[in-house]
Ligand binder design. Structure first.
Ligand code: UT7
Length: 335
């Protein structure tokens, strides 16, 4: 609940621009049929994915982030000196340390900013938005660049058909600043349940299972997911989350102009839309082209929605995500 002093203006934060980048290389379901025992029919029916973008050998998370950030800065007509905080959401950072945000800061020449990463898997972009929103409202920062960037292809086991068909690479960025207008981020919900971390994780490469000949042999440096269990929790949790977000803001689903969900599985997206009773043409779906890009999926979808004129000033839009941790989050925005 927001307490407003009579006569005082309510300070909110608002997304003033977006940008995104996806690598050029495309891998289709038909390409995957030649790599593992799968079919275009299975992947399409079970996930809705038709193709995904894959980074080249030289590209790391900060390279994709850099491209997306440049577009967001250009769209906002800002210089890098105007940014005082950079937050990067990723699970495929360039290296364990330093943070990918610091590497991005260097690439951008962002001398006046402070930079750090957030790891909340597929919910990472919304967690970053939550932090940016809080730091702007508390007047700790004035203009924040947040980027979700992933090169999941480099932690994907290309011999495991249960995961390799799902993921893709890409990055999306947004710039957030304060506003006293009747618009911006209306409310955010972020949640986690660490008791379910094993459903989706990468066991190797950290201090639990440092890289060794043995860890490589056991393929611990790749994504492990209990897909079906994750699916069930995701559907249930996201349905509750979107309903709660609207109820707490006294908004009817019919007042929503657009739902921008995390792009993991078309069946999960459909279930959430059905629960709200909103038609699929009010939902941004791009996983057919990009697959699941984890922290990058929402900002890429948001940027596409902005670029294609699907969001107009004053529209209510709802962003929602679910991912490893487990984590889940939503953002209700008046554009
Ligand atoms: O982004 C963060 C959160 N992630 C998610 O929310 C993802 C959630 N999970 C999912 O999207 C789905 O669970 C998957 C798409 C990963 C899998 O779909 P499913 O309907 O849950 O399938 P399943 O795992 O229950 O597998 C069904 C069958 C199995 O065969 P049997 O045991 O029934 O004979 C699998 O071995 O499908 C088989 N299978 C495949 N067959 C062809 C699994 N992967 C493939 C494949 N091609 N790529």
């Amino acid at each position: 609940m927001t307490i407003q002093v009579k006569g005082a203006r309510l300070l909110r934060s608002r997304i003033i621009s977006t940008g995104s980048y996806v690598p050029e290389r495309v891998i289709t379901n038909f390409d995957l049929e030649k790599m593992v025992d799968t079919s275009d029919e299975w992947i399409t029916e079970r996930t809705g994915i038709k193709e995904r973008r894959i980074a080249d050998e030289t590209q790391a998370a900060s390279d994709l982030a850099y491209e997306a950030a440049k577009v967001a800065l250009k769209n906002a007509d800002l210089k890098i000196e105007d940014i005082d905080l950079i937050i990067v959401a990723t699970v495929t950072g360039d290296m364990p340390f330093p943070s990918t945000a610091c590497i991005l800061q260097d690439k951008l020449g962002a001398k006046k900013a402070v930079a750090f990463d957030i790891n909340a898997a597929c919910s990472g972009f919304l967690y970053s938005l939550y932090v940016a929103d809080s730091l702007i409202k508390s007047k700790m920062h004035k203009r924040v660049l947040i980027v979700g960037t992933e090169v999941l292809s480099k932690i994907t086991d290309w011999d495991d058909r249960t995961t390799c068909v799902l993921f893709g690479d890409g990055a999306g960025a947004a710039i957030i600043e304060p506003t006293e207008e009747d618009r911006g981020i209306i409310s955010m919900h972020i949640n986690s349940d660490g008791s379910l971390w094993e459903l989706l994780h990468m066991p190797g490469g950290g201090s639990r299972n440092p890289v060794s000949k043995d860890s490589l042999k056991k393929r611990l440096h790749y994504i492990k997911m209990k897909g079906n269990e994750t699916f069930k929790v995701a559907v249930r949790t996201l349905e509750d989350l979107v309903v709660r977000t609207l109820e707490e803001n006294k908004l009817e689903p019919s007042q929503l102009s657009l739902l921008i969900p995390h792009q993991a599985n078309l069946r999960i997206i459909q279930a959430t839309a059905d629960r709200l009773g909103i038609p699929i043409d009010k939902v941004i779906v791009n996983l057919d082209r990009y697959g699941n890009t984890s922290a990058a999926s929402i900002p890429i979808a948001l940027d596409e929605a902005v670029r294609t004129g699907r969001i107009r000033d004053g529209d209510y839009i709802l962003l929602e995500a679910f991912g490893g941790g487990l984590t889940w989050a939503s953002a209700l925005i008046k554009w």
